[in-house]
Ligand binder design. Structure first.
Ligand code: IVH
Length: 668
C-alpha cells in the first residue's frame, strides 16, 4: 500500500466507522455485527500505525465510544473507566500471556470471567449505602443514572453485614435476559412502539430513560466484576469479589481462577459451547491478572489495562434448511422476500424466518430451493442468511426466482433504476398496501389514535368499513358495537381517538399520508418550509429539490403523489373533517429565516433546552443542525461539559462558538 492508497483507505474507514458509531451509540440501531466493526477498527489502527502522518485526534481509533445523553447530570469518574483490549484469536491471547510473563514472571494467577453484553455501570458506596451510579460515558465522565439504577433489584441499596470498606466503587454490567427482552419487545409490538434490536440496546435505552418509574418495570439485572478503593479487604481481584458477594452483590458464579494460559483456553472452549444455554447474552470471556501487585507492575496503556484482555466469540452461526420463500408487500408496495426455514435454535431463540432484503441479495447468495443455509443474528432482530452450503445442494434444484407479479393483487411489479426494491404499483387496490397505510396513519408516532391496532384495522377493512385513511373519519359508533370484541367503551374510545387526532400538527398529518420516501424528518422539513398542503401541492420539482435534505427521489415521489386524483380526494375529505393541513399560528410565529443557510453543531448540555429542542429551533429558523465540525460549519452551539478537543477544533477551523443565550438572541 503506498501513501496515497493509505490516505484514501484511512478516510474511507474513518467515515464508515463514524457512521456505525453513530448508529450504535446514538440511534441504538447497529447495522453491522460487533465482529465486523472490530475488524474494520483493527484495520484502521493498523494502517494509522504504519502511516503516522495521517494522525487525527478525532479518528475513531482515538476514542472509546460515548454514551452520554442529554437530560442527565454528568459526573467525573474518580478512576477512569477504561476499555479492554480485545481479540478474536488464540494466537493473540498467547502473545498477551507472553507479554505478561515477561514483566511479572510465571508465578501468578489469571481470573476468567464471562463478558456480559450490556451497559457498563460504576456504583459508588459510602458507609454501606449506594450513593451514585454513573454510566461509562467517554470513560472520563458519564451520566448520573442513580435514580434509574436504584430500580434494579439485584443492586443492593444498603449493604449486608458491617465489614465492608467505608468508601469504594464497584463496576459491573447491567443487562436484560433474553426472555425479558423478548417479552418487552412483544409488548412494544402490540402498542406500536419501535422494537429494540437486541437485549444490549434495550438495556442502554432503558438506562437513559428520564422517567425511572418506567425503568422500574423493565427487567434489568446486573453482574458486578470490578471493585476499586483504598481499603479493600484482600490484595487480589478474585478474593475481593468473593467477599463482595457477602455484602449482597451479584457477582458472576462462573468467575474462575486459572493457572496458566491452557486453563484459560479450556474456560473459553467450555463457554463458547455453554453460552447457548445461558439465559442472557455474553459476547466473550474476560481474562484478568488476579493480584493487584501484579496488576500495578503491568500498568496501563492510554486506553486499557495491560493486565486484562477480552476474547470475543464469533457471532453464533447455525445451519438450517431453506423451506420456501415468501414475498411480503409493505405499505408503500415494496416487496420483501422472506425465507421460511426449518426451525432452529440460535442465540436463545427459535428462528423460523430470515429476511432476504431484495432481489440483489437473493442473487448474491445464489440461493436455490432446499439449500442448507448459514444464519446469524446481526444487530437486527430478524436473523440474516449469510451464506449457502453449496456442497450439500441437491443436484438440479432450481434457483430462487424473484416474482414478477404481486403475490396478493396480481399486478405486474416494477423496479425503478437505482432502487433496491421491486414495488407493486396498485397503491389503491392492493389490500396489504391499503391496510398498511391505514395502520401507519393511526400509529403512535403519526396520528396516535387509541384503540385502533392492527387487528381492528384488519377487521374494519374485511367488513368493508374502511378502504382508505379518510374513511376512518366516517366510522360510527353504531357500526362498531355489533362487531366481535367490541363493547360500548371500546367503540367510544375509537371515536374519541379520531376526534382528538384532529389536533395533531400538520407535519405529522403529512407524515401520515404515507407518501413514499417521506419519513418523519422529511415531513417536518416540508411542513416548515411550505407551511400548508396547498403550497406543497403547488411546488414544482425544482422548488422541492432546493430545500435542504430533500433530494430528487423524495421530490419526484411528492409530485407523483399529488398528480393522482385519488390522493387529492382523500386530502380534500380530510380537510373537510377538520384535520390540520397547515401550520398553526403559533408554529408560524416561531418560524423565521434568520438562520437560513447556516450550519450549526450542538455540543454539550444546556440550561433551558434539550438538544432536540435546539435542533428543532434551528430548523424552524431555516438553519441546519449538522453533527460534526467541518470547514462548512458556521457556529458551534456550546453547552456545559463540551470536550476540550471540540473547542480546539472549532478554534482551528475558525468557527464561532456561541452559548445558549447568544443563540436565543440570534433568533429573537
Ligand atoms: S472488566 C479495566 N469484566 O466490557 C477493566 N468488563 O470492553 C474493565 N464487560 O466496559 C472492565 N463483562 O462494559 C470487565 N467480566 C467483565 C466484563 C466486562 C463485560 C464489558 C464492560 C467494559 C467492556 C470492555
Amino acid at each position: 500500500m503506498n501513501k496515497k492508497e493509505a490516505e484514501e483507505r484511512i478516510f474511507k474507514l474513518r467515515k464508515e466507522l463514524n457512521r456505525h458509531n453513530y448508529n450504535y451509540y446514538v440511534l441504538s440501531q447497529p447495522e453491522i455485527s460487533d465482529f465486523e466493526y472490530d475488524m474494520m477498527l483493527n484495520d484502521l489502527i493498523e494502517i494509522e500505525k504504519r502511516f503516522p502522518d495521517f494522525y487525527d485526534e478525532n479518528s475513531p481509533t482515538q476514542r472509546i465510544g460515548d454514551d452520554r445523553n442529554q437530560g442527565f447530570v454528568q459526573k467525573e469518574h474518580k478512576y477512569p473507566m477504561l476499555s479492554l483490549g480485545n481479540t478474536y484469536s488464540q494466537d493473540e491471547l498467547n502473545d498477551f500471556d507472553l507479554r505478561v510473563k515477561k514483566i511479572i514472571g510465571s508465578n501468578f494467577e489469571y481470573v476468567c470471567e464471562l463478558k456480559y453484553d450490556g451497559a457498563a455501570i460504576n456504583l459508588l458506596y459510602e458507609n454501606g449505602k449506594l450513593k451514585q451510579a454513573v454510566t461509562r460515558g467517554d470513560g472520563v465522565r458519564g451520566d448520573d443514572v442513580t435514580a434509574n439504577v436504584k430500580t434494579i433489584r439485584s443492586i443492593p441499596l444498603i449493604l449486608r453485614g458491617d465489614n465492608y470498606p467505608p468508601l469504594f466503587e464497584i463496576r459491573g454490567e447491567i443487562f436484560m435476559s433474553v426472555e425479558g427482552f423478548s417479552k418487552l419487545n412483544s409488548e412494544r409490538e402490540k402498542s406500536g412502539d419501535t422494537l429494540f434490536a437486541n437485549p444490549r440496546n434495550a438495556t442502554a435505552g432503558t438506562l437513559k430513560m428520564l422517567n425511572s418509574s418506567v425503568v422500574a418495570k423493565r427487567p434489568l439485572d446486573c453482574f458486578l466484576y470490578h471493585i476499586l478503593g483504598d481499603e479493600l479487604p484482600y490484595g487480589s481481584h478474585f478474593e475481593d469479589l468473593e467477599k463482595a458477594k457477602s455484602w449482597g452483590f451479584k457477582v458472576s458464579p462462573n468467575m474462575t481462577k486459572c493457572k496458566g494460559i491452557n486453563e484459560v483456553f479450556n474456560f473459553i472452549m467450555k463457554w463458547d459451547i455453554e453460552r447457548k444455554d445461558l439465559p442472557y447474552n455474553i459476547d466473550g470471556v474476560v481474562l484478568k491478572v488476579n493480584s493487584y501487585r501484579n496488576q500495578k507492575q503491568l500498568g496501563f496503556t492510554a486506553k486499557s489495562p495491560r493486565w486484562a484482555i477480552s476474547y470475543k466469540f464469533k457471532a453464533e452461526q447455525v445451519t438450517t434448511r431453506l423451506l420456501s420463500v415468501d414475498f411480503q408487500v409493505g405499505r408503500t408496495g415494496a416487496i420483501t422476500p422472506v425465507a421460511n426455514l426449518k426451525p432452529v435454535l440460535l442465540a436463545g431463540t427459535t428462528v423460523k424466518r430470515a429476511t432476504l432484503h431484495n432481489d440483489d441479495q437473493i442473487k448474491l447468495l445464489d440461493l436455490h430451493n432446499g439449500d442448507t443455509v448459514f444464519i446469524e443474528k446481526g444487530g437486527e432482530i430478524i436473523p440474516k442468511i449469510i451464506g449457502v452450503e453449496r456442497s450439500s445442494r441437491e443436484p438440479g434444484s432450481a434457483a430462487i426466482k424473484f416474482i414478477n407479479a404481486c403475490p396478493v393483487c396480481g399486478w405486474q411489479l416494477s423496479r425503478k433504476e437505482g432502487e433496491a426494491h421491486h414495488y407493486c404499483p396498485n397503491e389503491t387496490g392492493c389490500p396489504p398496501q391499503i391496510k398498511g397505510k391505514i395502520i401507519h396513519f393511526v400509529s403512535r408516532k403519526v396520528m396516535d389514535i387509541d384503540g385502533l391496532g392492527e387487528e381492528t384495522i384488519d377487521l374494519l377493512y374485511e367488513k368493508g368499513f374502511i378502504k382508505n385513511i379518510a374513511d376512518l373519519y366516517e366510522l360510527k359508533k353504531e357500526q362498531l358495537i355489533p362487531l366481535e370484541r367490541f363493547a360500548n367503551k371500546s367503540a367510544d374510545n375509537i371515536i374519541q381517538g379520531l376526534e382528538k387526532s384532529k389536533n395533531v400538527p400538520f407535519s405529522r398529518v403529512l407524515f401520515g399520508l404515507g407518501i413514499r420516501h417521506v419519513g418523519e424528518t422529511a415531513a417536518k422539513t416540508l411542513a416548515n418550509n411550505f407551511q400548508s398542503i396547498e403550497a406543497l401541492r403547488n411546488a414544482g420539482l425544482d422548488e422541492l429539490i432546493e430545500i435542504n435534505e430533500i433530494g430528487t427521489r423524495i421530490a419526484q415521489s411528492i409530485t407523483e403523489f399529488f398528480s393522482k386524483t385519488e390522493n387529492l380526494e382523500i386530502i380534500n375529505r380530510l380537510i373537510k373533517y377538520g384535520l390540520k393541513f397547515e401550520l398553526s399560528e403559533g408554529e408560524k410565529e416561531l418560524r423565521s429565516s434568520k438562520l437560513e443557510g447556516l450550519n450549526i453543531v450542538i455540543s454539550g448540555t444546556f440550561e433551558d433546552h434539550s438538544r432536540d429542542e435546539l435542533k428543532e429551533i434551528i430548523e424552524k429558523n431555516g438553519g441546519k443542525n449538522v453533527s460534526s465540525l467541518s470547514s462548512k460549519t458556521n457556529y458551534l452551539l456550546a453547552g456545559n461539559n463540551m470536550g476540550p478537543s471540540k473547542r480546539e477544533k472549532a478554534r482551528k477551523l475558525n468557527i464561532t462558538i456561541i452559548s445558549e443565550d447568544d443563540f436565543l438572541k440570534m433568533i429573537q
